[in-house]
Design a protein around this ligand. Structure first.
Ligand code: HEC
Length: 139
């Protein structure tokens, strides 16, 4: 009888511990802050230059697909930003602007929740155009 009770308690303790580990583990994952593109992404070079036509095209992509979260000036203050679980970042800052075009390309293509993946929605040229436009948001 006594061993039965002990066994039950032991099993309950095990369940509780496993639950705790799961909760702490997911909280840890959720907290992951830094979003890093793989080093190999840097090798991909932007084929476009910042001429007037490219900038205009980039602005069109940005206004349509990105501005709702990232904001008119890239400060992460678009109208949808308040509904996001995490901030959309601030493109005027060095933390974004210091990344290579290839790294930004990778992030825009892949996305990371709640940032959508654009590799199916936009073609390569449109993604590069949006990056050329993003560079003008630098402070
Ligand atoms: C639904 C809202 C939303 C939309 C729409 C959106 N983004 Fe994002 N974006 C985010 C969020 C949130 C992050 C931060 C993600 C993270 O850190 O995990 C982010 C991060 C980024 C980053 C990484 C910034 C950095 O400093 O590393 C880039 C680049 C980016 N977005 C570009 C774009 C572009 C270009 C578009 C449009 C083609 C776009 N985003 C559309 C929400 C959005």
């Amino acid at each position: 009888m006594e061993t039965l009770v002990k066994n039950i308690i032991r099993k309950k303790l095990l369940t509780v511990s496993l639950l705790l580990i799961a909760v702490i583990g997911s909280a840890f994952l959720y907290q992951q802050k830094e979003w890093k593109a793989p080093a190999s992404a840097d090798a991909k070079k932007n084929p476009l230059t910042a001429d007037a036509a490219t900038l205009a095209a980039g602005k069109t992509v940005y206004v349509k697909e990105c501005q709702s979260c990232h904001g008119k000036k890239g400060k992460g203050d678009g109208p949808s930003a308040k509904d996001l679980d995490i901030p959309a970042g601030d493109f005027t800052k060095a933390i974004t602007q210091s990344q290579s075009d290839g790294a930004l390309y990778w992030k825009i293509s892949e996305g990371r929740k709640p940032m959508p993946s654009f590799k199916k929605k936009l073609n390569e040229t449109q993604i590069w155009q949006s990056i050329v436009y993003m560079r003008t948001l630098k402070q």
